[in-house]
Design a protein around this ligand. Structure first.
Ligand code: NAP
Length: 521
């Protein structure tokens, strides 16, 4: 079935009513969201204005006060119920994700599962992370020091179109658990996933003002979010990340950004090449390569290069490609005409400069207006655009190397630093290579799911791939202001009366130096 079931259209009509737009409904513009597999209109969505953002932040700010007063244990009950709702409504969520993005169902399921495991993780971890912690005080026994974490207030989330459900919801979950309110702007072409996420949170008992979705353009709604919130979580391109970083810097508010990548896979001579070829269908082509952590470069030891190319091309040619709202297709569509044009241009440019197409390399209008074949290139020269720039599509280049050292050097030779993948003769060899790579995550024996799905560990980018981290302790604590409360007891810092003045000052340096013998110093 390459069209959404009729009930999906009913659900979208319900979701349109979620944004709390009160002002001038007459003059409000509406955008049209298209069903990607067919290119037909799916639903209209009213566009927010800067005033809508100001009003949403005001409501969020008021609601946040009572939310922050609830204990973390009480707050995370919402997350537990949200996880249950996600599990219960997963088929419907996948339908909406697929309708808006044109991805295959397995890639849509990744979004749903990320919501599930991230909600469960923070439901369990948040109370411990937010508990006030004793740390050694200045003067042992006399200074008691306790670190507390206060919520930032209202967190703004600006999300991209490629994983529009989980990237709208999972960062927000951590912010909510930490006691914040959230105002979110989804990408213009994929507003319904964020609205579906909002609906699940409301059903789970979250007060509506605490999580508000304002659909609209980056220029209008995005800018207003940066101008009004207390912290910004952004996922998108490195270029937009730079702009938003500057704006946050002007306001001196905290900023965390998950940006682009040009991720490399390293395959050593000892690797199991059949496994590499099997994993490649996901590592290269999940969501048609429109995945920040998917692989776009492969460095393989020369002695096994030909063998790997044969196995990869055979496996990629056998991939099932096509529309459909059920599991089966290994790859779906690209999302937009812009994406199709970029992918086509990158391949044509590489070929014009001497690259060889090993497999793929063509649009597939017979399958749908925006389909493009999974593509493997060889001999890509350094002046080709796709050599160093992110394609963000189903295009991967393979390069032979003479040693593991050369592979590591080439993998690191990029301003990006998001994700990497290593296939070696043993786990220990793979892990040793991983330690030399400058990326926020490295998957040994996998492409990206293992690192992404290990939500107890941080995930993010080095270099121009990001600032800060999502997931793990940092993914929650970044939404808080740490406060140290130091209580001085018995003796104030000027010294006891019998030692006050010069004697106390003379004693201070040797006494401070001697504190190094105390445990924990
Ligand atoms: P994008 O153009 O940077 O847009 C991302 C979001 O920012 C959209 O909601 C967009 O709104 C908004 N926006 C654009 N310009 C803005 C501005 N001047 N002020 C405020 N908001 C603005 O990125 P994209 O093309 O949607 O996403 C693809 C990129 O995201 C790729 O580079 C990919 O690698 C990266 N990405 C990274 C991660 C990660 O976790 N590291 C995950 C997913 C994607 P509009 O929709 O209205 O333009």
């Amino acid at each position: 079935m390459s069209r959404p079931a009729p009930h999906v259209y009913d659900r979208l009509r319900d979701l349109v009513a979620i944004p709390d737009f009160r002002a001038d409904p007459e003059s409000r513009k509406a955008g049209v969201v298209h069903e990607v597999f067919t290119g037909e209109p799916l639903a209209e969505i009213p566009e927010g204005t800067a005033d809508d953002v100001v009003a949403a932040v005001e409501r969020a700010r008021a609601a946040q006060v009572a939310w922050a007063e609830r204990s973390p244990k009480e707050r995370v009950k919402v997350l537990e119920r949200f996880a249950t709702e996600v599990m219960r409504h997963r088929e419907e969520l996948m339908d909406i994700v697929q309708a808006e993005t044109g991805k295959n169902r397995a890639s849509a399921q990744e979004e749903v599962l990320d919501c599930l495991i991230t909600a469960r993780h923070y439901a369990s971890a948040a109370p411990g992370l937010l508990k006030p912690k004793r740390v050694p005080g200045m003067l042992p026994g006399l200074t008691k020091a306790v670190v507390r974490h206060h919520p930032k207030g209202v967190v703004g989330v600006i999300a991209p179109w490629n994983y529009p459900l989980n990237l709208a919801v999972t960062d927000a979950i951590a912010a909510l658990a930490a006691g914040n309110a959230v105002v979110i702007k989804p990408a213009s072409i994929t507003p319904f996933c964020a609205l579906a996420g909002a609906e699940m949170l409301y059903r789970a008992g979250l007060p509506r003002d605490l999580f508000q979705v304002v659909p609209g353009s980056g220029r209008v709604v995005g800018t207003a979010i940066v101008e009004n919130v207390d912290y910004l979580m952004f996922t998108g391109s490195s270029e937009t990340g730079r702009t938003l970083g500057r704006q946050c810097g002007e306001r001196l508010i905290g900023f965390s950004a998950e940006l682009g990548g040009k991720n490399a896979m390293i395959v050593t001579a000892g690797a199991d090449l059949d496994t590499v070829a099997e994993v490649a269908t996901r590592a290269f082509f999940s969501n048609s390569g429109q995945l920040c952590i998917s692989m776009e470069r492969v460095y393989v030891e020369r002695s096994v290069e030909q063998q790997l190319i044969e196995k990869l091309t055979a496996r990629i040619r056998a991939m099932s490609l096509g529309p459909g709202y059920e599991f089966g297709a290994e790859m779906g569509s690209l999302i937009s005409r812009d994406q199709l044009e970029t992918v086509t241009a990158h391949v044509e440019d590489a070929v014009a400069k001497g690259a060889r197409i090993l497999t793929g390399g063509r649009p597939r209008p017979d399958l749908g207006p925006l389909f493009y074949e999974p593509t493997l290139l060889a001999d890509v020269p350094e002046d080709a655009t796709c050599f160093g720039e992110e394609t963000f599509g189903p295009v991967v280049s393979i390069y032979p190397v003479d040693s593991v050292d050369e592979a590591v050097e080439k993998a690191n030779d990029t301003p990006y630093g998001l994700n990497a993948s290593v296939f070696a003769g043993s786990d220990s060899e793979g892990e040793a290579i991983a330690a030399r790579l400058r990326t926020g995550t490295v998957n040994v024996g996998e492409g990206y799911v293992a690192g992404w799905g290990s939500v107890a560990g941080p995930m993010g980018g080095m270099g121009i791939s990001g600032v800060g981290r999502r997931h793990g302790d940092e993914g929650l604590l970044k939404y808080t202001e740490a406060q140290t409360v130091a209580t001085q007891r018995l003796v104030h810092m000027g010294g006891p009366d019998f030692l006050a003045g010069r004697r106390w000052q003379e004693l201070l340096a040797p006494a401070t130096d001697a504190m190094r013998f105390l445990p924990g110093r």
